[in-house]
Write a protein that binds this ligand. Sequence first.
Ligand code: BES
Ligand code: MN
Ligand code: MN
Length: 469
Amino acid sequence: MSDINEEQTSVNAVLAQLDEAQQQSLQRLFEWLRIPSISADPAYDDACKEAADWAARQLEEIGFSTTVHPTTGKPMVVGHWRHPNPSARHVLFYGHYDVQPVDPLELWEKPPFEPHIAQNPLNGPVIVARGANDDKGQVMTFLEACRAWRDETGSLPVSISVFLEGEEESGSHSLPAFLKSHGDELKAEYVLVCDTTQWDRKTPAVTTSLRGIAHIELTLSGPKRDLHSGVFGGPALNPIRALTYVLGGLFDENGRIQIPGFYDGITDPTAEQIAQWQALNFDIAEFLGEAGLSQPAGEADRSPLEQLWSRPTAEINGIWGGYTGEGNKTVIPSEASAKLTFRLVPGQDPERVLDGFKAFVAERLPVDSRVTFKNAGGTAALSSDTTHPIMRQIASALHAEWNVAPVFMGCGASIPVVEAFKRELEMDTALVGFGLNDDGVHSPNEKFNVECFTKGARSWARIIGKLAE
Ligand code: BES
Ligand code: MN
Ligand code: MN
C-alpha cells in the first residue's frame, strides 16, 4: 500500500473515532464553556486563568507538552507535539480562550455560562453559551480532531504547536511583547486559525482577507461645569451638540467618509476578484434581514461584498454625555464623549487614519470646545497568499468533507494576531472557520450549530491528514 493510501485509511479511522466520541467532545466543550473567561472585565481574571489551565490540561491529555506562560495580562497557553520525523511539516494553531462580556444579560434565554443544546428552527440543534462559537467552540473543533488522531493512531501525522491567547476580545495587550519574547517557540511553517465563518450552512470557506482596525475615544468639553439649560441655554455651547456636529460630518449622503486622506493608498479589487465575488450571488436581503435590516447603508457605489471586504468603514460604537437617567434634567453638560473604530483595508495605516481623524475633528471643532483623545491604536489589514500548497491541501480536505468546494472569501472583521504573525514572525495564516453569520457572536444567546462543530472537527481531521502528504 502506498503512503497516501495508508494515510487515507488512517483518516477514515480518525473520522469514525470523531463520530463515535461526539457526545464526549460536546461534554468537553461544555466544561470549557462553563468557565466565564471574560477578558474585558478584571472581575473575571481568575476565570481567565482557569480557562487557560483547562485548555492546557486538554493539550497535555492529547499529548502536547504544554506551558501556561504568565504575562502582565492573561496567560498564554502554548503546547507542542513534535513528530518523530524532524522533517515533518510543522504548523501552529492559534485561537483564543477569552470571550466577550455578556451584557445585556436579560436578553439571554438561559444563563450565558450554562451551555446547553437548543433546537433552532433554521439550524437544527445548536450549542448555546457565550463562547459557543467565538472562540471556544471553534478551537475545540481543532483540539478534538487532534485528540481523535492521537486516540486512533497513537500520534499526529505532522508537528503541531498550539497557541491560545486570552486577550483577543480586549485588545491583545500582552501579545506584541509575547511574540517578541517567544517568537522562536512559536515559529512554524504556517499558521492555522479557526475563528471565522463558513460561506453558508452547507459550504465551507477559507477566509483570505481580514480588515484591520483603528480605535479611538474622544471627549469634547465646553462649559467648566454642568449648566442650567434655561439659565444658560442659547448663548452657552452644548458639547453634545458640538460632538454630534463633528461626528455628523463623517459621511456624505452617499456614505463616503469625509476624513481628508482616509481612502489614500487603497486599491480597488481586480476585475477578476469582482467577477469571483459576483459569482457568489451573495444574498444581501437575507444577510441584512436576519439582523432586522433591509437596505445596505455603506458607500452607495459599492456592492455589499465590497462594502464588507474591501472598503474601510467608520463606526461610532458608543456615545454618551449629559443626563440619561429617568425623567428630565434640564442641563447643559460640561462634556460629551464617543468611541469610534475604523475598519481598515490594505493600503491604510492605522496611525495615519487616526491622525486624519484628529485633524478632521480639530477642523470642525466649534469655538469654546476642547477635545481630548485617548485609547488610540490599531492593526493594519491583511490579505493572504492563496497560492501556497497548504492552501490547496486545505481546500481539497474541505471539499472532501462537505462535498462542495470551499469559497475563498473576505472577512469584514479583524483578528489582530494574524497581521502580527506576518510582520513579526514572517508566518502566513490560513483562516478556516465554521461559524455562521446568525451565530450571534458578541450578542446574547450566542450559538454554534452542532453540525458546524462536528463537521468542523471532521474537517480539521482531514486537513491534518492532508498536511502530512
Ligand atoms: N472571531 C472574531 C472575528 C470574526 C467574527 C471573524 C466573525 C469572522 C466572523 C474575533 O474574535 C473578533 O471579535 N475580533 C474583533 C477584534 C477587535 C476587538 C480588535 C473584531 O473584529 O471586532
Ligand atoms: Mn474570535
Ligand atoms: Mn470575538
